[in-house]
Design a protein around this ligand. Structure first.
Ligand code: GUN
Length: 297
C-alpha cells in the first residue's frame, strides 16, 4: 500500500480562509483581533516560528504586536510586559515562544498570562478546563493534529491511538483531548515515552500513530501495521550539504519506508506545522469573538 498524503498546507489554507472572513466580520463590528508575540533570545528555530506566526496574522487581517527581546532579558521585565498585554484592549491573545532562556522560570511566566488571553492553551487553568471537558483554549499543535485527522475523514471513535512522546506541549494534551467523550475524542489512547519497555509492541497494534518524540526515525516501517494512519509532529534539522542552508527538515518518522505501509501520512514539512499556526489564529479570533460577546451583553 502506498499512503495518501495528508496535505497540512491545504487544510490550513481552507481554515485560514474561514478565519479571514471571521476577522472581516469582527472588524466591521469595531474589533480587530490582536496577538502579542514575545520571543526572548535568538534561537534560530524559534525565530523562524515567530516570523511565520507574525506573517500569518497579517495575511488574515489580524493585528500583531511583535516583541523580540534580548537573551539577557530579566524575568521581571518579561512579567511586566505580559502584565501590560493582559490589560491592553487591542490584544486578545498573548504568545510567549518556548523554550525560554534557562534563567527564566517558564512555569511562572505561563502563570502570569491572563487565562482569557492564553491562546497557546498552556496556562494551568486552561489545561485543567480541557482535562475536565470544559470550554478552554486548546493547545495549538494537538488541536491541529485532531483537525487534520477529522478533516481527512479518519474515524476517532474506538480507534487505537498510540502517541510517542509525553511533552506538555503535544503528548500530554493530545492524549487528553483524544479520550474526551466528544466528536474530537472517544479514542483508546496509549502514550509511549523514553521509559516505555517496547514501543513497537504498542505501535504495531495501533490504527493511528502520532510521533512527537523529537528524534528522526523514531517510527520505522517494522513498527507499524499495514493501513495505519501516521501523524508526524517531529521537526528535526539534519545536516545536508546539498541544501543552501546546510540542513533539511525531517520528522520523527522514516517517511520513505513507512509511507509504503500506511494508508494516510503527514509529510514534514507541510503536515502538522501549518496547522499549529492556524490553530493559534483560530484561538485568537475566538478570544476576540468572546470579547465582542462580553461587550454586547
Ligand atoms: N515552542 C514550540 N511549540 C510552541 C507552541 O506551540 N507555542 C509556544 N509558545 N512555543 C512553542
Amino acid at each position: 500500500m502506498t499512503a495518501k498524503i495528508i496535505d497540512g498546507k491545504q487544510v490550513a489554507a481552507q481554515m485560514r480562509a474561514e478565519l479571514k472572513d471571521k476577522v472581516a466580520q469582527l472588524k466591521s463590528k469595531g474589533i480587530t483581533p490582536g496577538l502579542a508575540v514575545i520571543l526572548v533570545g535568538q534561537d534560530p528555530a524559534s525565530q523562524s516560528y515567530v516570523t511565520a506566526k507574525e506573517k500569518a496574522c497579517a495575511e488574515i487581517g489580524m493585528h500583531s504586536d511583535d516583541n523580540r527581546l534580548p537573551a539577557e532579558t530579566t524575568q521581571e521585565a518579561l512579567l511586566e510586559l505580559i502584565a501590560h498585554f493582559n490589560t491592553d484592549p487591542k490584544i486578545h491573545g498573548i504568545l510567549v515562544q518556548l523554550p525560554l532562556p534557562k534563567h527564566i522560570n517558564e512555569d511562572q511566566v505561563l502563570l502570569a498570562i491572563d487565562p482569557n488571553k492564553d491562546v497557546d492553551g498552556f496556562h494551568p487553568v486552561n489545561v485543567g478546563r480541557m482535562v475536565v471537558g470544559q470550554d478552554a483554549f486548546l493547545p495549538c499543535t494537538p488541536h491541529g493534529v485532531i483537525q487534520l485527522l477529522l478533516r481527512s475523514g479518519v474515524e476517532l471513535a474506538g480507534a487505537e491511538v498510540v502517541i510517542v512522546g509525553r511533552s506538555n506541549i503535544v503528548g500530554k494534551p493530545l492524549a487528553n483531548m483524544l479520550i474526551q467523550k466528544s466528536r474530537t475524542g472517544n479514542a483508546t489512547v496509549t502514550v509511549c515515552h523514553t521509559r516505555t519497555k517496547n514501543i513497537a509492541e504498542h505501535t504495531r497494534r495501533s490504527d493511528i500513530v502520532i510521533a512527537a518524540a523529537g528524534r528522526p526515525n523514531t517510527i520505522t516501517a517494522e513498527m507499524v501495521k499495514d493501513g495505519v494512519v501516521i501523524i508526524d509532529v517531529g521537526v528535526n534539522r539534519v545536516e545536508d550539504a546539498a541544501k543552501k542552508k546546510g540542513y533539511r527538515l525531517v520528522g520523527d518518522v522514516d517517511f520513505p519506508a513507512v509511507s509504503q505501509k500506511a494508508s494516510l501520512i503527514t509529510p514534514v514539512p507541510g503536515g502538522v506545522g501549518p496547522m499549529t499556526i492556524t490553530m493559534l489564529l483560530y484561538n485568537t479570533v475566538l478570544s476576540a469573538e468572546k470579547t465582542l460577546k462580553a461587550l454586547s451583553s
